[in-house]
Design a protein around this ligand. Structure first.
Ligand SMILES: Nc1nc2c(c(=O)[nH]1)N[C@H]1C(S)=C(S)[C@@H](COP(=O)(O)O)O[C@H]1N2
Ligand SMILES: [Mo]
Length: 498
């Protein structure tokens, strides 16, 4: 058999296997797709340093990079398996079996796949083996590749494309956008105070005070965004409570909704990084819901789970603080939560990093103890409690930029939820610190913008910033990596004045 034919048989066998699995997953549950399940399991097992590197290097494209990397790896292995099978179909058969078993293992490991889900990787295994052997037999019988043999190749290629596309279509048929569009406006009974006139310094290079939803940072482990309609959504509240609750979307939206302006932050944000954004969230106070359920003595953890099995543990005393403003959010900046930010509902707890509080697509709240359960990132070496660290960032000038002098307005943001920012200072080339101007405070759980006008000679300069919060604490100079409980250090920018 020609090398080219052998390689093609290997590739087509694997394509057929993956497509068949994706099609069956479209029927029994999208997350049962063996390809996605292997990807998701890989994410769960990736060492934190590597995951951190991926997020740092590829940002929001980290998942695309993972899926493409997997595709290239699997294709390369398929070609090798094909080439090894020129004399006998055995190596390719073993490869198809092995790949199928990996798929079954990955799907069984997923927390969000139902019992039927295993049918998808089983379909992959069977189709992979059968198609590979069928093509191999045809190519052996009709060597060199005749019209007959070629027809088989085209059938497999065509059927694979159809099955893959069909699976994708079936998997996204739960019309979550339709459900979202039908919700209309969620009008808060208590509106957030209007923004003051000087809430940001966007004219001087800071972000706008409210982050538009499309620009709001996004961090999650979901390879495909979970699709839950508002109609199907139920939030179960249970565990160490006096009475269990099952809350439906229609119940929640009828309550007195509150609107709160909150700045969210990710623990994996580097000094100077982009994972901080602000929105007006509308929802139900989490404290009220927990009071209704009745938290029992001894409970110290609120353990929340998303529909795709991600978990976070928040301190009960924090979410129960009356002043804190923790909420079950339904809307963000005047519209129902965008699907990628947790539609139909998510948690938001001001002052805690997202990994211990901000569960998107939340479906389960268990009142329990830290001794009993560990959230997703806690299991992977991150800290148990995730209070947000006081931090500042320089937004203008950008690092290595050239800007006109001698007057240069340096600007940025600072945050210290829920304590509030008291002061931001800047210094140039290691000189004395001087106080920057601050915007009017919106509330202590939001960021605050700052700017300072500097007089600078032409040439290169380094500017540094540091924030002091309203408890009098100044962010330390020591550089600490995000793992395990958030980065520290002063942001520093080198730029040139011309
Ligand atoms: N279901 C789910 N919720 C999640 C996560 C996740 O991976 N899965 N990541 C958390 C983390 S680490 C952060 S920082 C915030 C980010 O929320 P955003 O994507 O809406 O900005 O969501 C949190 N909620
Ligand atoms: Mo995060």
């Amino acid at each position: 058999m020609k090398r080219r034919t052998a390689a093609l048989i290997g590739l087509l066998g694997v394509a057929a296997a993956l497509a068949a699995g994706h099609l069956v997953a479209g029927l029994v549950g999208p997350s049962a797709s063996p390809y996605l399940a292997v990807g998701n399991t890989a994410i769960d097992f990736t060492p934190i340093q590597l995951k951190d590197f991926a997020v740092r290097t590829f940002g929001t494209y980290d998942k695309l990079v993972l899926l493409s990397g997997m595709a290239v790896t699997i294709a390369a292995l398929a070609v090798i398996a094909g080439l090894l099978s020129r004399r006998s179909p055995l190596p390719g058969t073993v490869f198809a079996l092995g790949l199928g078993l990996v798929g079954i293992g990955a799907v069984l490991y997923r927390p969000d796949v139902g019992t039927l889900g295993v049918l998808a990787p089983v379909a992959s295994l069977v189709v992979g083996v059968v198609v590979f052997r069928w093509l191999h037999a045809a190519a052996t019988a009709h060597e060199p590749l005749s019209g007959e043999g070629r027809r088989n190749f085209l059938i497999v290629a065509g059927a694979s494309v159809l099955a893959g596309v069909g699976g994708q279509f079936l998997g996204t048929r739960v019309d979550v956008e339709k459900s979202r569009a039908a919700i209309g406006t969620l009008t808060p009974a208590t509106k957030a105070p209007a923004l003051p006139a000087m809430a940001d310094f966007s004219a001087d290079g800071t972000p706008s005070f409210i982050t538009p939803n499309k620009d709001f940072y996004r961090v999650d482990t979901a390879l495909s965004v979970p699709r839950v309609t508002a109609e199907d959504w139920v939030l179960r509240v249970h565990g160490l409570v006096d009475r269990e609750l099952n809350l439906r979307y229609a119940d929640l939206r009828q309550r007195d909704l509150v609107e709160r302006t909150i700045t969210m932050t990710c623990v994996s944000n580097e000094v100077g990084g982009p994972y901080v954004s602000t929105a007006n969230f509308v929802g139900v106070p989490l404290r009220d819901v927990l009071m209704e359920a009745g938290v029992k003595q001894g409970a110290d953890q609120l353990y929340s789970t998303s529909v795709d099995g991600w978990t976070a543990g928040s301190p009960v005393d924090v979410v129960m603080e009356a002043e804190r403003g923790a909420m079950i959010a339904l809307a963000m900046n005047g519209e129902p939560l965008p699907v990628e930010h947790g539609f139909p509902a998510r948690l938001v707890v001001p002052g805690l990093y997202g990994y211990v509080s901000a569960t998107k697509w939340v479906v389960d709240l268990e009142v329990t103890t830290f001794a009993a359960k560990q959230g997703y990132w806690l299991q992977r070496g991150w800290g148990q409690k995730g209070p947000i660290k006081t931090m500042s960032r320089i937004d203008f000038p950008k690092g290595l930029a050239t800007t006109k002098g001698p007057k240069v307005v340096v600007s940025g943001v600072a945050w210290a939820q829920p304590t509030g920012v008291a002061k931001v200072e800047v210094r140039v080339d290691g000189g004395p610190w001087r106080a920057a101007d601050l915007t009017t405070e919106v509330n202590r759980s939001t960021w605050r913008m700052w700017k300072a006008e500097l007089d600078l000679p032409t040439g290169g300069h380094t500017v540094e910033a540091r924030a002091t919060d309203q408890s009098g604490f100044t962010q330390p100079q020591d550089r600490v990596a995000p793992i395990p409980d958030g980065a520290t250090g002063w942001h520093s920018i080198f730029f040139t004045v011309e």
